[in-house]
Design a protein around this ligand. Structure first.
Ligand code: TYC
Length: 102
């Protein structure tokens, strides 16, 4: 056995698994959806408290849009779709978009 073999490390370090990219779900303001409906949808789909939902809704109302939360791509897209489908079924044009985090 050469000296080199004796010095070989006995453990192999596995490369760390990459963190999945996160996507923001963004609530978009409009002039038609009632504030109460926005709050209900945020609570039901995004599991926010009443307080958080009210603040997110008011931020979108005043600034035009507000980040609701971040998720993996599939979860972000399905929550945005679920929230919009619920709103359409009830006659409201409430919109959400998704975009990757920087
Ligand atoms: N602007 C709406 C109203 O005055 C309420 C609202 C808030 C709608 C936030 C959408 O993302 C929204 N009735």
């Amino acid at each position: 056995m050469s000296d080199i073999d004796v010095l070989k490390p006995k453990t192999v370090t596995k490369p760390k698994t990459e963190q999945p990219k996160l996507y923001k779900v963004i609530l978009i303001n409009d002039d038609y959806t009632p504030r109460e409906w926005v709050v209900q949808v945020l609570k039901a789909v995004f599991r926010t408290s009443e307080d958080q939902a009210y603040r997110i809704m008011m931020t979108a109302h005043q600034k035009g849009a507000c980040v609701v939360a971040t998720y993996t791509r599939d979860v972000a897209e399905s929550k945005a779709t679920e929230a919009m489908d619920m709103s359409r079924s009830n006659g409201f044009p409430l919109a959400f978009s998704t975009e990757p985090e920087e």
